[in-house]
Design a protein around this ligand. Structure first.
Ligand SMILES: Cc1ncc(C[n+]2csc(CCOP(=O)(O)OP(=O)(O)O)c2C)c(N)n1
Length: 352
């Protein structure tokens, strides 16, 4: 037995909730509203055939997304699954460039070649956007290893859905991150469903943060509809990862308000469940909190609403007017280093 056995088993943390300034709360509300209106617009654009391929929305997860992004510094890296429009906006990427990518236009964050599931932006350190369930985990873990190897003080945040915790790459990644003490925070956004399958049906341990204990990693659970609780928990995990180079598993729970993707009518939900979803809406919850505490009256809220709608309208108009990428650039961004003649090849052709 090695000396690692002297470490005590992981225990869930109970982070204390801080009291943010009213301006901070209003800024979070605006961010959540932007995600909400952006996603509603994306859903509409999809039905108008302006967006092709798949399109998964963050509706219902706005407080989680906003809280998580508030906990990161610009130097930190972010990896996500395919449900990532809100994360891109939260990372400060212009709504125009995000919408243009959804429309497959050359002005998009991935130059129109990635689409909804593959937003990628080196400047804001959003390193994808992955359509393969769990595909982001080994890459994010590798990025954390690179930081550790170079002695950097950046942290990696790796977001995933609840269904992803049953993938082999989840266990391999957590094992290595714990063993090598990597500066990474794994975040399970538990919206209760992997496509149409409930967590209870798919996971032998449905309290997903507890899986951290198998790797002697710390883990915690927070209410994903409470933006401050999410921010505080994520901030504690990120700063610990930065200071001590220790991985963490954070679970947030909040239902997604719509189907798995834009084309999923969510017939697996009962009428009672649909009513309960309305009551659980995190945006309405924060709006009420702000109103009751006197931080945001109806007039100020209407003003924010108009501002955000104008931003989203502008993003959609920009996407509409932007050109499609030139087909000759199809293979230009496939390899990190240039491969001679790559742009003239078909994917199945030999590289050399
Ligand atoms: C390796 C792999 N298996 C299956 C799929 C099909 N698939 C796409 S999304 C999904 C469910 C994932 O659910 P979860 O991880 O909870 O993420 P959420 O959609 O809730 O964000 C599945 C099975 C896939 N994309 N990749």
């Amino acid at each position: 037995m090695g000396d690692t056995d002297t470490r005590s088993p992981a225990r869930p943390r109970r982070p204390r909730k801080s009291k943010p300034q009213p301006e901070t709360l209003v800024a979070y509300y605006r961010q959540m509203l932007l995600i909400r209106r952006f996603e509603e617009r994306a859903a509409r654009a999809y039905t108008e055939a302006k967006i092709g391929g798949y399109c998964h929305l963050n509706l219902g997860e706005e407080a989680t997304v906003t809280g998580l992004m508030a906990a990161l510094e610009p130097r930190d890296y972010l990896f996500t699954n395919y449900r990532e429009h809100g994360y891109a906006l939260g990372r400060g990427i212009d709504a125009r460039r995000v919408m243009a990518e959804l429309y497959g236009r050359s002005t998009g964050v991935s130059k129109g070649w990635g689409g909804s599931m593959h937003l990628f932006d080196t400047e804001s350190r959003l390193l994808g956007g992955y359509g393969i369930v769990g595909g982001q985990l080994p890459l994010a873990t590798g990025a954390a290893l690179a930081i550790d190897y170079r002695g950097g003080d950046e942290v990696v945040m790796c977001q995933m859905g609840d269904g992803t915790t049953n993938i082999g790459a989840f266990h391999e990644s957590l094992n290595m991150a714990a063993l090598w003490e990597l500066p990474i925070v794994y975040v399970v956004v538990n919206n209760g469903l992997g496509m149409g399958t409930t967590v209870a049906h798919a996971s032998a341990e449905p309290e997903l943060y507890k899986r951290a204990a198998a790797y002697r990693m710390e883990g915690a659970h927070v209410d994903g509809s409470d933006v401050i609780a999410v921010r505080d928990a994520a901030h504690a995990a990120v700063e610990r990862a930065r200071a001590e180079s220790k991985p963490f598993l954070l679970e947030t729970t909040s239902p997604r308000l719509r189907g798995h993707s834009v084309v999923d009518p969510a017939r697996y939900r009962t009428a009672e469940e649909k009513d309960a979803l309305k009551a659980a809406d995190p945006l309405a919850r924060l709006a009420l909190e702000l109103e009751e505490s006197g931080f945001l009256d109806a007039e100020a809220r209407d003003k924010l609403e108009a501002e955000v709608r104008a931003e989203v309208d502008d993003a959609a108009a920009f996407a509409d007017e932007s050109p499609h990428p030139d087909v000759s650039t199809l293979f230009d961004y496939t390899y990190a280093t240039p491969v001679p003649g790559a742009s003239r090849r078909l994917p199945a052709d030999p590289v050399f």
